[in-house]
Design a protein around this ligand. Sequence first.
Ligand SMILES: [Zn+2]
Ligand SMILES: [Zn+2]
Length: 218
Amino acid sequence: MRLRLPQERPAAPPTGYKIAYPVLSHDGTRAGFTGVSLGGGSPYGVLDDARCAYGRRHRSPARFCDCGFHCLHSPAEALGLTCTGAHRRAVLLEVTVLGAYIRYERGLRYARQRVRTVRVGPCGCGRTAIRLSDAGWGRPGWWTAAADCGGCGAGLGRPSVTFAEFAERAGSVTVVTEPGVRDAAPASVTELMAEAALLQARLDWFQGRLARVEGWGN
Ligand SMILES: [Zn+2]
Ligand SMILES: [Zn+2]
């Protein structure tokens, strides 16, 4: 007896979430993404079909192979994957799942995908990103891009693109940014004066200690 998976006929294509790295082609004309695990070697476009990551000639997804696009149901769970050190600089994608899919408890594995939204986290320095810059690594023909505040990556002379340029080269996709944690307003005069008073107090204490040490030396 051959067991069959239950068939689903959703009224609208399912939405899912995953993490990926934005990539730009070496000649700068195309933009896409690479996955963080299985299939991470081959970039995919905004609208793309899954190919077997093992080079086997069959349609993805297949029950006998674990290839195909993957996504999770919850954006929080997808973002949780960036906690691992290796994926800290990945972006969060919101995708529409097209074609055949296999449902799992936490997500789907499927045949065809459209990337709707790219959610870019803060720059490595903690400021809100304003562009995507060369992360310093890539794959043959593609450089990987990461969130950049405009001073950390592009400031070093590395290639970079604005979000609008990335979206245009990728096709049709929306790029949104997560606010950084270091974008606080400049310190007020009161805060600066409080800081100066604190520094003065510490300096007085330090000079007092120094005087005592000098006293012992004599
Ligand atoms: Zn396969
Ligand atoms: Zn920065």
